[in-house]
Write a new protein. Structure first.
Lengths: 113, 415
């Protein structure tokens, strides 16, 4: 099965986090899941201050600046992984470095038959 | 005969379903297949007699019924072919299910796998409880709905959603890996204990099924110990439930009103259950490296049960055990229980200071037991007006009717 690991972090509160150490951990983690064959894709996102949201109302696109939802914890990146089952996916999610300072949401990818 | 078959279904349904789920890889198909097998048994057994190994019979018939169902329904084409190929290959070697004792260990593994699936932390707690009662214990949706005071529709939806999540999120049907197992066993025990307390906390009302929840929780815990005998925590939980449940008959009068421990007729306690509970708590305390909350609570219950009369209760040890419990699992409710034990050792005055310091922190605001305990301590200190005020406060927050009657009686005694 494929799962999307959505990486949430508190953007406002990133003091006290050693970014270069974090990047190193991410490098190791990504290399690890590439080697085990679980890695499908993954990216980090620019901060929510760069986000723009589009909706179509009455056929007209409406553009607003900022993210879709103003929440304390924002989506900061993702991994798309292949895992045997939810337990394996949760195990991988627990190793995402941001899990220590934020939260990782694990969502199965919809399969259309 | 009909009764015997009924009882047999009840006892075997969890195991039969567990194996069918493994064989079929699909919760709903397995449930349907089991119902088909039960229906077939109701037709055949009264005439031909109950087979030597009814469990194996039910699994085999269920499996055949599932093949029939798959042939009838052409949906899930790819899956159907896979499962059919699998099932057919079994058939070449005769019945899949060997009717001897070697099969029992396979079956136990199936039940264990199913318990871990039902109690998976990815499912909401209420769904874990519902699913466990439905699949492992074989209670009907109607029965579970009644026990948890929700409509049948709500309960049915809860079960459907839980099964959909198992399927769509890929919740595995397996015993967790070594690094996960400790935390997952804790989760299973928590579900079992929640089922028990749900049945025990409410002693009133027309729903006898609530008492049945206690029996189901005890049965589940035995099942878990059967398949994982080296888990001391499970033994401790079983001991706690056996000792608590042993007081069931003595806890209420015929009107359903609560009878306090101090006034209970101890000859009505279930001696057999107490004996088993005492043995298990001792064994658990021996094999646990660190005391866990079930073991300490069971030890407290054991001390109560060992006292021939209320006056003989070993309050010094009980107070000390509550202190251990507060360290493992800090909670204001446990502190309140500790204060009650302290009142029996050092007198109501010291206990009242403890209760008031809990009250000041505000965590138990609105919890009627805080005011009720306070009222009782004030009464024992002879501060009658303050005691009455505390009982009135407790009455304002009480939920269950029998408890209300109890507090009202206490209040009347004061004047």
């Amino acid at each position: 099965m494929q799962y999307l690991l959505l990486i949430y972090e508190n953007e406002a509160n990133r003091t006290g986090v050693d970014r270069s150490k974090m990047m190193e951990e991410y490098g190791k983690f990504t290399k690890g899941i590439i080697e085990t064959g679980n890695f499908k894709a993954g990216d980090a996102l620019q901060p929510t201050s760069t986000a723009t949201t589009v909706r179509v109302k009455d056929g007209k696109p409406m553009t607003t600046h900022g993210p879709f939802a103003e929440t304390r914890e924002a989506l900061m990146g993702y991994y798309l992984i292949e895992a045997k089952d939810l337990d394996q996916a949760l195990g991988i999610a627990a190793k995402v470095p941001s899990a220590k300072i934020g939260a990782i949401e694990v969502r199965p990818i919809m399969v259309y038959n | 005969m009909a009764d015997r078959i009924e009882l047999l279904f009840r006892n075997e349904s969890g195991r039969v379903l567990a194996t069918l789920i493994r064989l079929l890889g699909d919760f709903e198909l397995a449930e349907d297949a089991m119902q088909d097998a039960f229906a077939a048994a109701l037709v055949q057994w009264p005439g031909e007699g109950i087979p030597a190994n009814p469990r194996a019979w039910l699994v085999n018939v269920g499996r055949h019924k599932a093949i029939d169902r798959l042939r009838r329904h052409m949906r899930f084409l790819a899956k159907r072919e896979l499962i059919e190929a699998d099932l057919m290959s079994d058939q070449r070697t005769g019945e899949w299910f060997p009717e001897d004792s070697a099969a029992d260990s396979v079956l136990q593994d199936d039940v264990l796998r199913l318990i871990f699936t039902c109690c998976h932390p990815a499912l909401p707690e209420e769904a874990q409880i519902a699913l466990t009662l439905r699949t492992i214990c074989g209670l009907t949706t109607t029965e579970i709905a009644k026990a948890f005071l929700v409509t049948e529709k709500t309960m049915a939806q809860r079960l459907v959603r839980a099964k959909a999540k198992i399927r769509d999120a890929g919740i595995p049907y397996q015993v967790p890996s070594r690094e996960l197992i400790a935390s997952r066993v804790d989760g299973v025990l928590a579900v079992i204990y929640l089922i028990f307390t749900e049945g025990y906390a409410a002693t009133s009302g027309p729903n006898l099924i609530r008492g049945e929840l206690c029996r189901e929780a005890i049965r589940l815990c035995r099942l878990l110990i059967d398949v994982m005998p080296d888990r001391a925590e499970a033994n401790a939980l079983l001991a706690l439930m056996l000792l608590t449940d042993a007081r069931r008959d003595a806890r209420t009068n015929p009107d359903g009103d609560a009878i306090l421990l101090e006034s209970q007729d101890r000859s009505r306690w279930d001696r057999e259950q107490i004996a088993e509970g005492l043995g298990r708590v001792e064994a658990a305390l021996h094999s646990l490296v660190r005391p866990n909350t079930y073991a300490v609570q069971a030890a407290i219950a054991a001390l109560h049960m060992q006292a021939p009369r209320y006056e003989d209760t070993d309050w010094v040890q009980i107070a000390a055990l509550y202190e251990v419990l507060m360290r493992i699992h800090p909670s204001a409710v446990i502190e309140l229980n500790h204060a009650v034990a302290v009142s029996m050792v050092d007198g109501p005055e010291r206990a009242l200071r403890l209760v008031d310091s809990i009250g000041k922190r505000g965590e138990l605001n609105g919890y009627h037991m805080l005011a009720a305990v306070r009222g009782d301590l004030l009464r024992r200190l002879g501060r009658i007006d303050e005691a009455a005020a505390a009982y009135r406060l407790a009455l304002a927050g009480v939920g269950l009717e029998p408890e209300r009657r109890f507090l009202t009686a206490r209040l009347e005694e004061l004047s």
